[in-house]
Design a protein around this ligand. Sequence first.
Ligand SMILES: [Zn+2]
Length: 309
Amino acid sequence: MPEDQKCRLFLPVSGGISSLVLLQILDGQLQRQVANRNRTAYDIVVARVVLPGEEEQPTITGQSEDLKTRFPTHTFLPLLELHDVLRLDSKISHDLEYLGIAREEDESDKELFDRLISSTTSNTARADLQSILLQRLLVATAKREGCEGILWGHSDTRLAALALADVAKGRGGSVSSTIADGSSMHGIDFSYPLRELYEAELRLYGHATSEPLLVEAADYATPVKAQANIRATSIDDLLSTYITSQGEKYPSIMANVVRTASKLEARRPDGTIAACRVCVMPMTGGLGGQTTTSDLCYGCQRMRQDIRT
Ligand SMILES: [Zn+2]
């Protein structure tokens, strides 16, 4: 294969231990390929999205520079922000109209994004919407970069939390396509190379490498938010905290959550199943699996009820 046609793989990093471990492992593999054959089988394109609430943290720019310095042979994209999805995903402005949000005259991407987020009336809807926008931003960027697939750094722990949160949010029908390896509804391959590893194991590995960036990430524990006011907590945060605390005690149960959820639906995206206009997941209908006539899946219909238009 000529050099210019080399496979490009997209690796989103969050600053957390999982995606950094994946970057370090892939870097090691590519270094060995260079040593043995003087060429690599693929290139990595690394992206980081600054999430709402993280903008003020000067550490993110610093972390990003440190990563570039430590892994100089890979392509690092400039830091992205969530509202960039409106610039990079050509269909999203139109798709958001299915949630009742239409761009006003002369409204900038940032203004439309802020209005969209502030129109959510529950923390669960806000977190749900942000995770959909984040995935669409990453997919759009990966496609623009000519990548063949996206390598997600999710640990088993994270996948279990995602699967359970999806079920709780009425997105149970799309769980298997959310966490399966292979072609996705987005028209780009997804893979989860760390799906068999628990977050605690990745932290141990991070320490064992003695790699300063990994040791630092392994030591960093996401602050457990006080849950005095359960109504103010999103389902995603609630399940993530639950799985992280309980998963350490019952790791095999968490592994089973992911393995079972991956097998729930045998149907693969083969072009015959319509995709939801907002989350781009298969339209499996609501309860009982009946076909829905709406343009939105059951989960997005529920989310829309918590969006003030
Ligand atoms: Zn949907």
